[in-house]
Design a protein around this ligand. Structure first.
Ligand code: BMA
Length: 765
């Protein structure tokens, strides 16, 4: 097989719709893979959609039709067959070669292949991809099939396209169109390898399933053993080392080579067995038979324009996860099946992946052609991803069964379909046939026991959203959840991100441009309501920014510590959400410019391998490292020797009242006499000095009074500056050093002053 990418010589022009006069008739250079927005930005025809209120000014793009075309030269290479292989078309389009329609496509989440024999010719060939407005296609489908419940205005459930592309409570309404993944000519003879699915297990056996186009057989080679056949073959590899999540061991990867008379494909695999304990309401991940406490985060598409992603960007964002001690990312169902780079990075780094099928927060019609599209898309996703050892579970959808029950869908739907057939029949059927060794759960949240509420915290998966929406975050402590697959709390993005994109004058929490980047219902009011029981009312915008970021971090830290203290009853949590895709006030730990918010530092500490948690009348010491652990634990005035095997917990009584728990090699905990707003915090509380070093600056802070949740914000002085620690609490006499990485020259005084160096204490100044 020979593959030739067709990424050269593309242009695009508007083909209809509400096109502004200055753009109508223009033919501009297009980038493939890419989408129309980045082409228009590249041509200087539109401003940055993520700045100010531009998102709304640009909504015409999603209501327009676009024609992409390129001319490529071709001559036969002696192979019998020639195909056009499309890895991703976004979304509804007609594809033509030399004026002949190859097909009409309607699903962003599928790969397509067209036989070009008799249509392609020697010399120049004209390839055209003409896009409909996905929004208008979805609206027409809604007309035809009937309105169904969904959480946002656009009918995103009526078309197989990333749901959040139509706007979400953290994301812009930016309806894209374009050839979003590679497109290529593939010529071949004999037998083509269409898909390889490898299940390699802890007993060192592997099942290699290969789908072929053509009459031949395949051979597959793994660790020196070669087996041939059609369909599936078994290989054993007694010398293989096991693949582990990063919290448990190493990630040895091996290559499987599959060959036919005309094709050859290499796949990287790892040997591990996945299981989910589900006895008595548990949701416990087991890898190679060992329980794995999940320290997770939810992942959304990192950029509304996927062409901006790439291996390096994925690697950076995944480092944000691994450095926060995260061992699992959940790829959420309103986004996309991520690119191969994402899963390859996770394989290499031992980051577990939970993959949702792409359904979120809506009733989805089960009529044709959608049923057929979902079936084709799910088979395609399983074919592409099944060999990745990091991928440990498929999930049918985000919140749809829960919303059916709690939002009164039944009455609204009448006899309309809503997606149940996908989650309970189609998808588990596909996984059962194509990927039988990998667990499947119908929805998140979900209860194994069908007679229980789908969001029952005592059975399997729960999403905790009454905190943030309705009640104070201390209510996390009222839960004894088996597994929290979503919970989150909002905070603004970094100062430099906010002020780059939201230039209200003056800056206020309800400024119109800031509000254009706050998509949550009553978001700004919920931020203040969530703050009031804990921290003083902000006196100005700087304080608002710091206090709400701080409260976000404290809320999630409180929740994570509580859930972890319940192990092994609780088997994990997945914070909503790791990342952002643009500058926005959101639940994210890392903002749209890639800056780590205070929440990120709080998560890293609550997710540390070894933590001591003050939980009511107990101190719970958790050792979730792969090695045993001994330390002298200081509980207030007392000391106790603790010795913990790998992956175990240990409990000692906690005295009442204010308490500091510390030990060498673990993340400690501090309990004040009460909430800061009630008991007050000393100010001033520390001495700080800054010093220039080769790579930037060191800022050393020494407490003179108990200092709570110190953070340093060097992005205030240089947007590209980064800092290594945050959310540090110090007792009098203790010091902490912040290392600032920057190439810029920063003012030493500014580095040790408000608003760059902050603590909860200064809110009481
Ligand atoms: C959960 C998620 C998302 C949403 C988040 C915050 O329901 O599944 O739909 O962004 O809550 O509201």
């Amino acid at each position: 097989m020979n593959r030739r990418e067709l990424n050269e010589g593309w242009s695009v022009r508007a083909a209809g719709g509400p096109i502004p006069e200055q753009i109508a008739g223009l033919e501009i250079t297009a980038t493939v893979p890419g989408v129309i927005h980045t082409d228009l930005i590249g041509a200087g025809l539109i401003p940055d959609p993520f700045v100010g209120d531009n998102e709304h000014l640009l909504s015409w793009i999603g209501r327009s039709r676009w024609l992409y075309r390129t001319i490529f030269d071709w001559s036969p290479d002696g192979r019998e067959r020639i195909d056009l292989a499309c890895d991703g078309i976004d979304t509804s389009a007609t594809i033509r070669l030399n004026g002949v329609v190859l097909g009409h496509v309607a699903n962003q989440h599928r790969r397509y292949r067209f036989d070009l024999r008799g249509i392609i010719h020697t010399g120049d060939n004209l390839l055209e991809v003409e896009f409909d407005s996905a929004l208008e296609v979805a609206e027409a489908e809604r007309e035809r099939l009937g309105q169904r419940p969904e959480v946002y205005p656009h009918p995103f459930a009526m078309i197989r396209k990333s749901a959040c592309n139509f706007g979400w409570d953290w994301g812009p309404d930016i309806v894209t169109a374009g050839i979003w993944r590679p497109i290529a000519l593939e010529s071949w003879s004999g037998t083509r390898i269409d898909a390889i699915r490898v299940s390699a297990r802890a007993d060192r056996t592997a099942t290699i399933s290969v789908d072929l186009e053509g009459e031949g057989e395949f051979t597959s080679t793994l660790l020196g053993t070669t087996v041939s056949g059609r369909g599936s073959v078994e290989i054993s590899a007694p010398d293989a080392e096991l693949w582990w999540p990063r919290s448990h061991g190493a990630q040895p990867l091996y290559e499987v080579v599959v060959e036919t008379d005309g094709d050859r494909v290499t796949q990287r695999i790892g040997f591990r067995t996945v299981g989910i304990d589900n006895v008595d309401g548990a949701f416990g991940v087991r890898i190679n038979g060992e329980p794995v406490y999940i320290r997770g985060a939810n992942w959304i598409p990192d950029d509304p324009f996927p062409g901006n992603m790439g291996r390096e960007r994925y690697a950076r964002r995944i480092t944000d996860a691994t450095e926060a001690n995260i061992n699992l990312l959940r790829v959420w169902g309103g986004g996309i099946y991520e690119s191969d780079d994402f899963y390859a990075e996770c394989d290499e780094r031992g980051l577990l992946v939970w993959q949702d099928f792409l359904f979120a927060c809506a009733a989805y019609p089960e009529e044709q052609p959608l049923w057929g599209e979902v079936s084709a898309e799910a088979e395609d996703a399983v074919d592409r991803l099944a060999s990745h050892p990091s991928l440990i579970i498929w999930n049918g959808a985000n919140e749809n069964i829960w919303e059916y029950v709690d939002f009164g869908w039944a009455a609204e739907l009448g006899d309309l379909t809503w997606g149940e057939g996908y989650y309970l029949s189609l998808l588990p059927g596909i996984v059962g046939v194509l990927d039988p060794d990998r667990p499947y759960v119908p929805n998140s949240p979900f209860s194994w026991d069908a007679s229980r509420h789908p969001n029952d915290p005592g059975d399997a998966l729960v999403h905790i959203w009454d905190v943030w929406n309705e009640v104070d975050y201390t209510a996390y402590a009222d839960y004894a959840p088996r597994f929290v697959s979503e919970f989150g709390f909002q905070g603004p993005p970094a100062w430099s991100t906010l002020t780059r994109a939201m230039k209200d004058e003056p800056l206020t929490p309800d400024g119109p441009l800031l509000m254009a980047h706050q998509k949550a219902k009553d978001g700004q009011a919920k931020l203040l309501r969530g703050l009031a029981p804990h921290l003083p009312e902000p006196r100005d915008f700087d304080d608002w920014h710091w206090a709400t970021q701080l409260n976000q971090a404290r809320a999630i830290r409180f929740g994570l510590r509580h859930f972890r203290s319940l192990a092994p009853l609780n088997q994990g949590s997945i914070v909503w959400q790791l990342n952002d895709c643009w500058p926005v006030v959101s639940w994210a730990a890392v903002d749209g410019d890639g800056i780590r918010k205070p929440l990120w530092y709080a998560m890293r500490s609550a997710y540390a391998d070894r933590v001591a948690i003050i939980a009511g009348d107990e101190v719970v010491v958790v050792n979730d490292a792969a090695e045993s652990f001994e330390t002298l634990l200081r509980v207030g005035e007392d000391s106790v020797n603790v010795s913990l095997p790998a992956h175990s917990t240990f409990r000692v009584p906690a005295p009442e009242g204010a308490l500091v728990v510390q030990g060498v090699g673990l993340e400690g905990d501090v309990r004040l006499r009460g909430e800061p707003v009630d008991v007050g915090l000393a100010w001033p509380a520390y001495d700080a000095v800054a010093q220039a070093v080769a790579t930037g600056y060191l800022v050393t802070v020494t407490a003179t009074a108990p200092t709570v949740d110190l953070c340093l914000f060097p992005d205030r002085l240089d947007p590209s500056a980064r800092v290594d620690v945050g959310m540090v609490s110090l007792m009098p006499g203790q010091s902490a050093t912040f290392t600032v990485l920057t190439a810029a020259e920063l003012d030493l005084d500014a580095l040790v002053s408000l608003p760059v160096l902050r603590s909860a204490n200064d809110l009481f100044r």
